[in-house]
Design a protein around this ligand. Structure first.
Ligand SMILES: CC(C)(COP(=O)(O)OP(=O)(O)OC[C@H]1O[C@@H](n2cnc3c(N)ncnc32)[C@H](O)[C@@H]1OP(=O)(O)O)[C@@H](O)C(=O)NCCC(=O)NCCS
Length: 138
């Protein structure tokens, strides 16, 4: 990855905020197919295991939108929400996982790093994503 920390790095960032009650309403109105279209089975399992599950869904939705902004992906590029998966380190820290194919389709260089953070409460969930690319590689 970005081995030499003295190398210049280009940083691109994305941020998003999602209303938790709106996420709940959409899921209740449109049924499980709505959630299955956006979230991977692992994301679904994690959120469904939580008492305030729509906060966790909303945070992950915000993270996917924030990633789109950081990666400069346009919806017209046949972007699928499930291509961006939010996984968790053992500490609970969230990380973005992309398949090799998704990285290619999004035009991300192999030598890039992605950092993210999320927070949520009853009304809103927020997420930020940083894309770090060695300068001259994008
Ligand atoms: C981690 C912590 C900061 C979360 O804060 P919070 O106010 O409870 O909740 P927030 O809404 O702000 O954030 C929740 C999100 O924080 C993220 N998070 C959890 N643990 C994290 C960590 N170790 N590092 C970074 N982010 C973390 C997750 O994305 C979580 O959302 P999710 O459960 O939907 O995945 C809080 O639990 C804390 O201070 N814990 C004590 C320190 C700790 O346990 N550290 C990790 C173990 S080494």
């Amino acid at each position: 990855m970005l081995k030499n920390h003295a190398d210049p790095v280009k940083i691109s960032q994305g941020i998003d905020i999602v209303s938790v009650p709106r996420m709940k309403l959409a899921a209740e109105r449109q049924g499980p197919r709505f959630l299955d279209r956006i979230f991977t089975p692992e994301e679904r399992r994690y959120c469904e295991s939580k008492r305030m599950k729509y906060e966790h869904y909303a945070a992950r939705f915000a993270a996917k939108e924030a990633a789109m902004k950081a990666f400069e992906i346009r919806r017209q590029n046949r972007f699928r929400f499930r291509e961006i998966e939010i996984r968790r380190r053992p500490t609970g820290k969230p990380v973005i996982h992309l398949s090799r194919e998704a990285r290619k389709r999004f035009g991300l260089p192999m030598r890039c790093e992605i950092e993210m953070s999320m927070a949520h409460e009853r009304e809103y969930a927020v997420a930020t994503v940083l894309l770090l690319v060695p300068a001259g590689k994008s």
